[in-house]
Design a binder for this molecule. Structure first.
Ligand code: G1P
Length: 312
């Protein structure tokens, strides 16, 4: 990037310090559990799903977290705030371990909130971050996707800081699964795990998918995405899609905030967006917890055996 371009777009060389976490969805797939409880607060063992996402952002050095919330989401704010009465009670009992676990979420990050008002899609949710983010690049983390380590996000930030533009996380999925994701057309670069994104299609039919590489819920966006989102008409499902805005950026020149790269992810990702996947995630997390595994694993084996043998 030459000096003239940097002067024109100071954001081009700005570091990524902010994370945006959309959490305004209605959670209809988990009704009635999500009638009064946000789906982001459903526990994965003993921690709400959204805390793992904030922990991942913090581990990638993004300590400024903006949550896009909506109606009935107040418990998310409470969760990341101090809980004085509870803390006093635990302190009086000398229950240090639980006290630490309660304080963990409020000490984690600087969490800000903005309400989406009307749920008009992921692109619209991201647009609600415009005033907070300003002319800076930022990460977007979707709460339905839990990713075990922050290495992916760190790598994406590093790619953005070196190559500019926006970056999406891509994972190869089975052909019959592409219609569940934003799907990317890609070309190789000189780095094995980095591709140039040439096209993006939100939830395509398998025959229209540009590849089997699907966007998993991690993005690093150039602020040029905001003006594009303002102009993006409702797309798939009648919603304003982040995928559509990124497709436009993929076609633009770097000096206009364009180019999109993909970081290919081959690690472990948990989808908590539907019931069966959510249950799988809980079981998996529980079985890898030293305090639970010894009790749970023998029970699970026995349970499966009994099922297989048709015994209750
Ligand atoms: C969203 C995005 C989609 C992406 C997916 C990842 O879809 O629109 O492009 O592939 O997250 O989880 P949703 O699952 O919210 O419908």
């Amino acid at each position: 990037m030459n000096d003239a371009t940097e002067q024109k777009r100071p954001s081009a060389s700005a570091p990524v310090t902010k994370a945006v976490v959309p959490a305004a969805g209605l959670g209809t797939r988990f009704l009635p559990a999500t009638k009064a409880t946000p789906k982001e607060m459903l526990p994965i063992v003993d921690k709400p799903a959204i805390q793992y996402v904030v922990e991942e952002a913090v581990a990638a050095d993004l300590k400024d977290v903006l949550m896009i919330t909506g109606r009935s989401k107040r418990s998310i704010e409470d969760h990341f705030d101090r809980a004085y009465e509870l803390e006093e009670a635990l302190e009086a009992k000398g229950d240090d371990a639980r006290l630490r676990s309660v304080r963990e979420s409020s000490d984690l990050a600087q969490v800000h909130y903005v309400r989406q008002g009307e749920p008009r899609g992921l692109g619209h949710a991201v647009l609600c971050a415009e005033a907070h983010v300003g002319d800076n690049p930022f990460a977007v983390l979707l709460g339905d996707d839990l990713i075990e380590s922050a290495d992916l996000l760190r790598r994406m930030i590093e790619v953005r800081e070196r190559r500019g533009g926006s970056v999406v996380a891509l994972m190869e999925v089975e052909p019959e699964q592409v219609s569940l994701y934003g799907c990317a057309g890609i070309e190789p670069t000189d780095e094995e795990d980095v591709v140039a994104v040439t096209d993006l299609v939100e939830k395509p039919a398998p025959e229209h998918a540009p590849s089997r590489w699907a966007i998993i819920g991690r993005y690093v966006c150039d602020p040029a995405v905001f003006p594009v989102l303002h102009e993006t008409p409702p797309g798939r499902g009648g919603e304003i899609q982040l995928t559509d805005a990124l497709r436009e950026l993929a076609r633009r020149k770097p000096e206009d905030g364009g180019t999109v790269h993909g970081v290919l992810f081959r690690g472990r990702r948990y989808d908590t967006g539907n019931k069966a996947d959510y249950i799988r995630t809980v079981v998996d997390f529980a079985c890898r917890r030293p305090d639970l595994a010894d009790e749970l694993l023998p029970w699970l084996r026995d349970f499966v055996e009994r099922q297989d043998a048709g015994r209750p």
